[in-house]
Design a protein around this ligand. Structure first.
Ligand code: GCW
Length: 836
């Protein structure tokens, strides 16, 4: 029997917002294949796609085949519910496949969510089989098959088995019920608006499809800083709609819960985890939740951290807290995920023995073995907080009797917030491959968290993603590679960064080697370059940690309770975390790892300042002093970032204009902001150490004219705080309706690029125009949507006017027109000889 109508299925598959080239379809664009040699590879593709049983997930798999084949090959498959007398693509469970095909080479069993792709035959007809032990596995196998076509790989002799590295592969979304997203940089929530679940959840379904295509099987939809309302009875039916939207893609919803819920939602007078009424409350609540959402993955709990309620209120342990909820979830097959990110953010900075990095281990290692078997501890890869460079947390090696999850951050909170290109997979790979030598064995992190090392029943990977309503989900097209990479690495941590990024680029853009090579190369280098111009030698984030975690704010880390100290003074820098003289953090590692970090000789340069306090003149393995390394790496990193737009421009006309322009704008902005970072860090270190740059760059900017030195009409000079956020510590701002800054050009006649370093606050949209004599050179609005309303490194941005003919005596005038609270402020102009 033929299903109702293949057109109907195709229409269904193609329904939903079909944006042109906004990035909405991400890596599932299924671009039409033009190359006849490639098309030839699929000439034998069967014309029918067969699904023997009906389920929402199998329907998704089938519709995906139709959509992809239609997109890439321009053909419309016939849909069938029985194997026809002709070749077919068969999507079937292993049990069904064995019954229908009688192929003895089929495996007896497959791991959950794993799949087997096989070219086989029945009654003399070819069968392209996608089989698995469960429907979700079939869906994953289908995506794997379609990916092969998207990558232009042959599919005529398939015999391939794959399974996920770990049972849990989830994302966390830090969405608030009011529609905002904590550390989200891609627009407002797709799940919530105005305190309710969003009315239109089509995007949620589309997101679940993207997640399924990379093997993600769970999604925690609300912020770990959880609003207790999620557990209130009237809210649950709304949440069920989200679960409904994701279910056809095999994605389980889970919820972040607040530990004080028995009191705040349940109106008990306590939330003490050992109180029987509290235990009963969690039990009834879990029963209620599962009545409404039967396939809920479980609950996620952030307790006793950053002001969240927790068991310490009653002198109880994290195990007491986790287990009381886990027991309520257990009868329903749910898990309780407990965040390992627990630390005191009121640490006394004066005490040199205090160390936030020790917190996770100190809190949890002693509780190993005390957690129920449906509890998992979710641990960030580093001991601090998603910094651009951290050592691997020692905690995973210290929990042999506890289920673990590794938490990675896809949203670029500390790594440029999607305005900077920073492809994080190389960082994750380094962490995953790191050998913690737990138990004196070879124990790479990836094996521990997957549950392999200690033979745990559960384990896996969590990515904090925070997608939003922007067309391209994350606010930047190239940042979507981080999401793709997270899914692929959670599926198989042994895949190389080159392979994964290659897959992503080819599916997201197209097959031209110039395009793919350029983009792969940009992505693969971007994390280290970001590290180079932002944070040297493992010192940690030099960003404004009490603000938006974005631009430089070097001393913001010091002299407060947050514990991200860099311990810099006039002589030296770095946290002494040694056992011998420091905080003792290094002693949390197994002996071989501890021995490496404890020793100045053996500690790798890139973590030196995380582990040791050294003088600025300390000589690295590279032969450079610490201070010269800081200068050199920041100049090198900024110079590399300056090349990004140049490299990108080579792709003009080779990819669609929409994404070409959107990415170019970001890369140009990044090149400018890398200079803000470079100068802030170098100037700050220079002032602190009083050691000059051997290359003579730091503090010398011969092409720069400070705004405060220009002839000003209306503009007033402002001191900028912190001082390193502006060149010379000063800027000019306009409090009238329009102000002017003017300077006479005195250099040789020629072609120049004129860069204007201005401040793009988020509380207005000032207008700038630049005039040479009577001629308007350029004008623009300050509308970059940067994360601050102040004049500081978060808002400092550069606008470059290229190829301007200048000669001595030219009067260059900048006219700033403020708008709203934004003051059309300017830091400096920089006039360099044009390369073009
Ligand atoms: O790094 C911090 C973030 C917080 C976040 C916290 C966490 C959701 O700045 O915004 O809170 O980590 O991971 O819980």
């Amino acid at each position: 029997m033929r299903l109702p109508s293949r057109l109907a299925i195709l229409m269904l598959a193609l329904a939903g917002p079909l944006f042109a080239e906004t990035g909405y379809n991400a890596w599932l664009r299924y671009e039409r294949i033009q190359d006849s040699n490639v098309l030839e590879l699929y000439s034998g593709l069967p014309a029918s796609v067969v699904v023997l049983e009906s389920s929402p997930v199998l329907k998704s798999a089938q519709s995906e085949v139709l959509r992809a084949v239609h997109g890439m090959l321009g053909r419309t498959e016939r849909v069938e519910t029985a194997v026809p007398e002709e070749s077919c693509i068969l999507l079937a469970t292993l049990a069904e496949a064995r019954r229908v095909l009688r192929d003895p080479s089929l495996p007896a069993e497959l791991p959950e969510d794993g799949f087997f792709l096989k070219t086989t035959a029945v009654r003399g007809h070819d069968v392209l089989l996608v089989t698995a032990s469960n429907d979700r596995g079939i869906l994953y196998g289908t995506f794997a098959l379609l990916r092969k076509i998207n990558l232009h790989e042959p599919i005529d002799h398939l015999e391939e088995q794959q399974g996920p590295s770990a049972p849990i592969r989830w994302t966390n979304e830090w969405d608030n019920l009011n529609g905002t997203i904590e550390r989200g940089y891609g627009g407002r929530s797709i799940f919530f608006e105005n305190g309710e679940v969003a009315t239109d959840l089509r995007r949620v379904g589309d997101y679940a499809r993207l997640l399924a295509s990379i093997g993600i099987d769970g999604c925690t939809v609300n912020n770990v800083n959880a609003n207790p309302r999620v557990l209130s009875s009237d809210f649950l039916p709304q949440l069920a709609r989200i679960a409904d939207a994701m279910r056809p893609w095999g994605v389980h919803m889970s919820l972040s819960v607040d530990f004080s819920s028995p009191k705040t939602v349940g109106h008990l007078d306590t939330f003490d985890p050992l109180d029987p009424n509290v235990a009963q409350w969690w039990k009834s609540k879990a029963d209620e939740v599962y009545r409404v959402i039967p396939d809920l993955g479980g609950f996620l709990l952030k307790a006793d951290s950053e002001g969240r309620a927790g068991p310490s209120a009653y002198g109880r342990t994290h195990a007491d807290a986790a287990n009381v909820i886990a027991r309520a979830l257990k009868p329903h097959g749910g898990v309780l995920v407990y965040r390992g990110f627990v630390y005191n953010h009121h640490l006394d900075w004066r005490n040199l023995k205090n160390d936030r990095a020790k917190a996770a281990y100190d809190n949890f290692a002693k509780l190993d073995g005390k957690f129920d078997d449906n509890v998992l501890i979710q641990i960030k890869y580093g001991p601090i907080d998603f910094q651009v460079r951290e050592p691997v947390s020692p905690l995973p090696g210290a929990l042999p009797h506890t289920n673990e999850l590794l938490e990675l951050q896809v949203t670029q909170e500390y790594t440029g917030q999607q305005r900077h290109l920073c492809f994080l997979l190389p960082l994750w790979k380094e962490s995953l491959d790191f050998n913690l030598h737990a138990d004196g064995r070879d124990t790479p992190l990836k094996d521990i968290v997957a549950g392999k090392t200690f033979h745990r029943p559960l384990g896996g990977f969590v990515g904090v993603v925070n997608v939003g309503r922007d067309d391209n989900w994350m606010g930047a097209n190239l940042a979507m590679a981080n999401l793709y990479a997270f899914g692929r690495i959670a599926w198989n941590p042994n895949l190389s960064a080159e392979k994964i990024v290659g897959e992503w680029t080819k599916q997201t853009f197209n097959e031209g080697p110039l395009v793919t090579d350029t983009i792969d190369n940009l992505q693969l280098r971007s994390w280290r370059i970001y590290e180079d111009y932002t944070g040297p030698l493992g010192v940690g984030g030099l960003t404004n940690i009490t603000g938006p975690h974005y631009g430089p704010g070097i001393e913001s880390a010091e002299r407060n309770g947050w514990g991200q100290w860099i311990r810099a003074d006039a002589k030296g820098i770095g946290m002494d975390r040694t056992v011998a003289t420091g905080t003792g953090y290094i002693g949390q590692y197994s002996p071989p790892v501890a021995a490496m970090y404890e020793s100045l000789e053996r500690c790798p340069d890139n973590l030196l300042l995380f582990m040791h306090h050294v003088p600025y003149t300390y000589v690295l393995h590279s032969g450079k002093t610490v201070i010269q390394h800081v200068y050199d790496s920041h100049y090198y990193g900024a110079a590399q970032a300056a090349e990004y737009p140049e490299l990108w421009r080579r792709l003009r006309g080779r990819i669609d204009d929409e994404r070409y322009e959107a990415v170019l704008k970001r890369l140009e902005y990044q090149a400018g902001h890398a200079i803000v970072w470079r100068d802030a860090v170098c100037n700050w270190f220079f002032r602190e150490s009083n050691i000059t740059d051997a290359m003579g760059r730091v503090g010398h900017h011969p092409n720069r004219i400070e705004a405060e030195d220009m002839q000003l009409t209306g503009y007033t000079v402002q001191d900028i705080t912190p001082w390193e956020d502006a060149s010379g510590g000063k800027a000019i701002a306009c409090d009238g309706s329009s102000c002017t800054a003017e300077v006479t050009f005195k250099r040789a006649p020629g072609w120049y690029d004129v860069g204007i370093e201005y401040f793009d606050q988020n509380n207005g949209g000032s207008h700038f125009s630049v005039i040479d004599g009577d001629q308007l050179l350029d004008e623009w609005n300050a509308d970059l949507k940067l994360p601050s309303a102040k004049l500081d490194s978060d808002t400092s941005a550069r606008h470059t006017i290229r190829g301007v003919a200048l000669r001595p005596g030219d009067r260059i005038r900048i006219i700033g027109v403020p708008e709203g609270g934004e003051r059309a402020a300017i830091d400096y102009i920089e006039i360099t000889q044009s390369k073009h």
